[in-house]
Design a protein around this ligand. Structure first.
Ligand SMILES: Nc1nc2c(ncn2[C@@H]2O[C@H](COP(=O)(O)OP(=O)(O)OP(=O)(O)O)[C@@H](O)[C@H]2O)c(=O)[nH]1
Ligand SMILES: [Mg+2]
Length: 332
């Protein structure tokens, strides 16, 4: 029987491979950043340090919408447009549902069939993480690695189920919200806060019988978006319709993104936003690492199990238990 053998590379080998556009090395490096083993984490950190000077030169698009809105199919059609324009596209699909079903990612293989076969495209599902870090714990690192690997357009795709949208909008330059045309109740089912984040709302599946409904929905969303206060970027959110079946709307959306990039680079928001995002990331990383170190601490682990039982029975208050555990962590 053959044993599986996981070869370890040096940080130099990873970095050189990524910079030489070696997709297998890129994939391996992303896997490394996602690992929870501290030895992997240390190696990943060295790799990241090496590739950081070559990252950052891309346009980062956050794409979200409810399950079934057509995110994957949109990405396939829109991606075709981008590749025709000469972009190298990386798609990072952060999929909170995949832990349970695995279904969406399997579906993606058929819905992004063309894109998946292109040498200028790279599709990578990102595990959504667990209670430790939440959605896309390492998506930011995956973005940096893809950029160093020569991808100059990054799409971060996530299912719109709540918190994930905010996180995605905090690591991208433009936040695109996909919506379905409803039957007269277009504004339902999506939280106001998420609409407010959107730089554009695109009504999908505007084809066949749905085309007219999509145009009406576009108008309703346009009216709704006007009510929000102006954005720091000074960008005025737009509404569009699209069909991945006929590729309708895709070039309009490309053109909008070009205008956006010009606007926010000219008014310096682009740079400013990226620096603010880096500061936020710094804070997240500190908290993430402290949490990991805390929960991996051998004495804390044992005491934690004991405390959980005692908190459950009411033998100790959560406050007291927390204080004791932190004390163990600090003193050992
Ligand atoms: N008519 C029409 N159908 C579409 C269009 N885009 C997607 N669909 C269909 O809508 C369904 C859902 O599309 P997906 O691309 O899988 O949607 P998704 O948002 O990625 O879904 P999840 O990954 O489950 O969140 C599929 O059956 C698609 O064939 C479109 O432009 N027109
Ligand atoms: Mg999908």
């Amino acid at each position: 029987m053959q044993k599986s053998f996981k070869k370890r590379f040096t940080p130099e080998e990873y970095a050189e491979g990524i910079l030489a556009h070696d997709r297998v090395m890129l994939s391996r490096a992303i896997t490394l950043t996602e690992s929870r083993l501290s030895s992997d984490r240390e190696l990943a950190d060295v790799v990241l340090e090496k590739i950081i000077p070559f990252s950052g030169r891309s346009f980062r698009l956050g794409l979200t919408g409810v399950p079934g809105v057509g995110k994957s199919t949109f990405t396939e059609s829109f991606g075709k447009n981008l590749l025709n324009e000469g972009f190298r596209l990386a798609v990072l699909a952060v999929d909170p549902s995949s832990q349970v079903s695995g279904g969406s990612i399997l579906g993606d293989k058929t819905r992004m069939e063309w894109l998946a076969a292109q040498k200028n495209a790279f599709i990578r599902p990102s595990p959504s993480g667990d209670s430790l870090g939440g959605v896309g714990r390492r998506t930011h690192e995956a973005i940096l690695l893809c950029e160093a690997g020569g991808f100059d357009f990054i799409i971060v795709e996530t299912v719109g189920v709540g918190q994930s949208e905010t996180l995605i909008s905090e690591m991208t330059d433009f936040f695109l919200l996909l919506m379905l045309a409803g039957a007269g109740d277009e504004l339902q089912g999506i939280k106001r806060g998420i609409m407010e984040l959107a730089d554009a709302v695109v009504i999908t599946k505007a084809d066949g019988d749905n085309a007219e409904k999509a145009r009406q929905a576009k108008q309703s969303y346009a009216n709704a978006l006007h009510l929000f206060p102006p954005k720091n970027s000074m960008w005025i959110p737009e509404t569009h319709i699209s069909s991945a079946l006929t590729d309708m709307g895709m070039s309009d959306i490309c053109e909008m993104l070009r205008r956006f990039e010009q606007t926010v680079k000219a008014n310096l928001w682009f740079e400013k936003n990226r620096s603010e995002q880096n500061l936020r990331r710094l804070r997240q990383l500190i908290l993430q690492r402290l949490e990991e170190d805390f929960l991996n601490h051998s004495l804390v682990k044992i005491a934690f199990e004991e405390m959980k039982k005692n908190v459950k029975t009411g033998a100790i208050s959560p406050n007291k238990a927390a204080e004791k555990l932190i004390d163990i962590f600090r003193k050992n």
